[in-house]
Design a protein around this ligand. Sequence first.
Ligand SMILES: [Ca+2]
Length: 448
Amino acid sequence: MRPSKTPWSLAVAVALSLAACDGVGNEPGASLDEQEARSKVRVQASATPSTATSGEEVLIHLTVTANPTVTADVTLRVLKPDGSLDHTASWPGQNLTRTATQFDETMVVAAGNPVGTYSVGARVQRTGSTEVLFDANGLATFAVTGSCVPACSGKVCGSDGCGGSCGTCGSGQSCNASGQCVDSSGLPPLWNASPPAGVSPAPSGPVVGRAGEFDTGTLATNEVWDNFNGAAGSNPDGRLWLEDTINQGGTQVYDPARSFLDGNGNAVLEAIQSGSTYFSGRFTSRTKFNMQYGWCAARIKFPKAGRSWFPAWWMLLVGYNYNPYGEIDLMEFFGNTTQYSTHLHFGGNIPSLESNKTVPASHSGGDAGDGFHTYWMQWEPDRIRIGVDDLIMGDWGPTSVSAGVWAHMQQPFYFIANFAVAPPWLPAPSPGDFPARMVIDWIWYKPL
Ligand SMILES: [Ca+2]
């Protein structure tokens, strides 16, 4: 949660340029001044090509003018033939003038999308205000024709890109991100397992940490899990989880009301905006239970899109005020759920170990925000393997770092699940990005 560098340059397909003419068109019977007095903001759109099939790219182009000049958040939306939302993009805090400002967004028609006519809409809202200056659909259209063509060339297993499968693997094998069956021995034995059903026993074991320190608690020597099967609206099991409002990354305010069970077997961390304040949720096992070595896993659907989202599933050592610093980020997303990011931080000037990987197409179509995935760690005294489903993010040990440094990872740690919002190194969120949810199906710790 404290990346040593910005790991992801904003690879947003946005082109901002100034056109040579103002974009205000003529309306019969009305003077230019009258038109401008009526319509402070104008938006024109185009979609290229005019027809596409699934898997193809469509370039959406917006031209926005404003008179008088205004600072506004521009949001693009693409609607499916039935009117449901298919795609969005937003550009907050834009300085809009009579000179046309151009916005480009490239979208890929998803596999399985229905055929028919798609509509491009836009919304322009004064930044920091609820005043909507423009909001309309049908600014441009394009047609999706034909049905999805399964893509199994060179693959023997995994997704065909159209909701089907290219095949399944035999016993002892798993399907990798390239659609090949591989020996599962490189993966920990529990990588595709689920925790026990039913309610976990309370954590038991010795107390670790200095008496009176804020993170002193039980070192669980028993198996601990949570399927989050409680009543809707209640906080997660207080025997295991602390509604923790410490802010480590982001500019949100953590509120226990934004950390709750949905009644369908999930814990939800929800980000909302109220006035100029962002509220979100976070819970941890701090003071409830700590762990050292074993199987750690959580099945999570991270919040999609939102260029300002900084959600994470991670761990901190007990006693970081007085012990050598240790932090294990099983998974973090930096405003983009198409890239997995995993870190081990050792503190001070010690270089971190990190792994950044593009979310493979076999993982919910290449966007981790589109599905649940199991984020896991097999933690042994001299080896840490971290992965997502069948993808190994890192396999590290004492030789991965300078002599003596690995000891930072040989201490009791505790879990943190949080949905941080709007760190200063990411673009500010748009009001339309809220609410957004990080959804956790289960969390599981099984000691060695
Ligand atoms: Ca569950």
